[in-house]
Write a protein that binds this ligand. Structure first.
Ligand code: NDP
Length: 294
């Protein structure tokens, strides 16, 4: 991975942005944002703060009091931030989680840019899934953001598959919210129901794996067992980015399905947060080449 070649100066007017979560040491966000600030000559800095859920309210209010431009939230803080925000975007409200906060007049305005990042990644891969159907595997944090944004952006039918376990009721509530607040029709199925999965995939333009199945170090795992389920022309996307090429993507390639991984979702959720804080577009091609090369 390339490293930034020059440093920017922190001065008395430098605006603060950053990440509140625990752990945060692995995050790519400081690299991406600080390089983008530097390239555009913006007097901003992005720092990581190890903040646990019980400390979030004090940290978030403190940043607002000190005039920070805004911040990102990651695990375990996204749902709690949704409760703490003074105002929410439609997507954040429907998701019940916030990954980006803009500080405006001391108020905390909560957004969720994860789904926006995914939908931009779909477009970047050359696809238009408006008025089409999507099969979504998983109903965790990332899947929820994708489901909500896909529904808001005009996906017609959403088939969500999740395990019948501790998250089932939350997934059912998400499906209800999508059906009552958007024009998309969402339905929820048991992850183990391969008959329904086949029906859903036959009707879908895109399959999105938003489970953690296949993520390192369990790289041999695959959320789809039968390659015959993947019809010709089905777009197969995995939001996992470690490894870059998952077993699911290999399976899809063997069926000649177009594929893409989770790297661009990560890039574009950051680009949207950057735009919200600075009202400038992130220099995406340069950042992509430095940190998100496939
Ligand atoms: P969560 O823990 O919130 O959700 C995980 C989902 O995977 C749940 O639906 C869970 O089901 C499901 N799941 C896990 N194991 C299994 C299994 N063995 N069988 C069936 N379902 C399973 O995690 P996130 O939503 O935050 O992350 C999910 C994946 O997305 C991770 O790999 C993460 O790295 C990636 N990600 C990528 C991003 C990007 O920008 N590209 C952003 C965020 C995440 P259940 O609810 O039943 O446990």
């Amino acid at each position: 991975m390339n490293r930034p070649t020059a440093h920017f100066a922190i001065g008395s007017h430098t605006r603060l942005t950053g990440l509140l979560g625990s752990p945060v040491a692995h995050s790519m966000s400081p690299l991406m944002h600080n390089e983008a600030f530097r390239r555009l000559g913006l007097d901003y800095v992005y720092l990581c703060f190890d903040v646990k859920e019980k400390e979030l309210e004090a940290a978030a209010r403190g940043l607002a009091s000190m005039g920070a431009a805004g911040f990102n939230c990651t695990m375990p803080n996204k749902m709690r931030m949704c409760e703490l925000a003074d105002q929410l975007s439609t997507a954040a409200e429907l998701c019940g989680s916030v990954n980006t906060v803009v500080v405006e007049d001391g108020k905390l305005i909560g957004y969720n840019t994860d789904g926006i990042g995914y939908m931009q990644a779909v477009r970047e891969a050359g696809h238009d899934i408006r008025q089409k159907s999507m099969t979504l595997l998983g109903a965790g944090g990332a899947a929820t953001a994708i489901a909500v944004q896909a529904a808001l952006d005009g996906v017609l039918e959403l088939y969500i598959f999740n395990r019948k376990g501790r998250s089932w009721n939350r997934a059912a509530a998400l499906t209800d919210r999508i059906n009552s607040h958007t024009s998309c029709h969402a339905s929820l199925y048991d992850f183990a129901d391969t008959t329904e999965l086949k029906k859903a995939l036959d009707r879908s333009a895109i399959l999105t794996n938003a489970t953690s199945i296949g993520m390192a170090p369990q790289e041999e795992d695959c959320p789809i067992q039968d390659e015959q389920l993947l019809h010709e022309g089905l777009i197969v996307s995995d939001i996992i980015y470690n490894p870059r090429k998952t077993r699911l993507m290999e399976l899809a390639k063997s069926r000649r399905c177009p594929t893409f991984n989770g790297l661009y979702m990560l890039l574009f959720q950051g680009a949207e947060a950057f735009r919200l804080w600075t009202e400038r577009e992130m220099p995406v091609p340069a950042i992509r080449d430095m940190y998100f090369a496939d």
